[in-house]
Design a protein around this ligand. Structure first.
Ligand SMILES: NC(=O)c1ccc[n+]([C@@H]2O[C@H](COP(=O)([O-])OP(=O)(O)OC[C@H]3O[C@@H](n4cnc5c(N)ncnc54)[C@H](OP(=O)(O)O)[C@@H]3O)[C@@H](O)[C@H]2O)c1
Length: 272
């Protein structure tokens, strides 16, 4: 079996945007692909010649994404298949993963970006809402992450990219469970990275700051807001660099470092 590092040496400079360090095969599954960062990632990958399976619930948005991809220059050789799937149905994931892997002819890259972040009032403790976030943001990531890990460990190559958030760095007053799901995702992805590095498989945790998508719509003026396409570009740069963890844009690392260093008694008083 060939390891990732062995394969990476065959990636020649100037070769069209293959993942450096990852296998030369360009077959990806993007979960949470119907809008925002996920959709932008799909468009970029297809434009770079990847065969991509785009997964989310809203079939009409996925069909629109497929039409946009069909308009990309044919020279790239990229392609898209779409699959309507609700990540809450975790028991379906192994079957959906296997079917997509068969359709793509294999899988080299899995990106998990599905998430919800409902508005939560400061005096709201709605377990139904909270458990839904847990199911989509964390349990869904685990179900898809496990399916990817199982295949990648067996084939001894592949890359898993998890789109987490800077929100997972501390427990804030605003949305306790969104923060908790992202913190849980960080720990899960770190553990997978440690396990899978032994067989040359890489796991990259991405922590975006503010990105202009449906998720942030109506939130007013946001610090260092970037477009979904710019976020997607930076995420692919991080993946190609085999970063363990990457803030997007990178300057959020400084903010995270400051946030993490604030003593608990002070953080408690902050209205964030
Ligand atoms: N926007 C930001 O400022 C920001 C900052 C930090 C981190 N992030 C993270 O970036 C990722 C992408 O978010 P975004 O900003 O691009 O928001 P978005 O446009 O709302 O995208 C969320 C994606 O998740 C999918 N999704 C939600 N529930 C799902 C379910 N039950 N089953 C399958 N797919 C589901 C949505 O598709 P369907 O609704 O069609 O299912 C959609 O494709 C998320 O993980 C988010 O936490 C965003």
């Amino acid at each position: 079996m060939t390891s990732v590092s062995a394969i990476s040496e065959r990636v020649r400079p100037g070769e069209p945007a293959a993942f450096r360090g990852a296998p030369p095969g360009k077959r990806a599954i993007v979960v949470g692909a119907s809008s925002g960062i996920g959709a932008a990632l799909v468009e970029r990958l297809v434009g770079e010649g990847w065969q991509v399976a785009a997964v989310a619930r809203r079939a009409e948005l996925l069909a629109q994404l497929a039409r946009r991809c069909a308009e990309l220059p044919r020279a790239s050789g990229g392609g898209i298949v779409v699959r309507a799937h609700d990540v809450v149905d975790a028991h379906e994931v192994p079957g959906v993963f296997e079917a997509l892997a068969r359709e793509l002819g294999g899988v080299d890259l899995v990106i998990y970006g599905a998430a919800i972040m409902p508005k939560i009032a400061r005096d709201e403790y709605d377990t139904t809402k909270d458990l839904e976030q847990l199911a989509v943001n964390l349990a869904g990531c685990i179900a898809w992450g496990n399916a990817a890990a199982r295949l990648f460990q067996t084939q001894r190559h592949g890359m898993l990219v998890g789109i987490s958030s800077i929100a997972g760095e501390r427990g804030r007053k605003g949305n306790p469970v969104y923060n908790a799901t992202k913190a849980g995702m960080n720990t899960y992805l770190e553990a997978l990275r440690n396990r899978l590095s032994e067989c040359g498989v890489h796991v990259c945790t991405v922590k975006p700051g503010f990105v202009a998508t449906d998720m942030t719509a109506g939130m007013g003026k946001l610090l260092w807001l970037i477009s979904a396409d710019e976020a997607a570009r930076q995420i692919l740069v991080a993946a190609r660099a085999r970063a363990n963890e990457r803030f997007v844009p990178r300057r959020w690392w400084l903010v995270a470092t400051v946030i993490k260093s604030i003593p608990r008694f002070l953080f408690k008083k902050l209205n964030v």
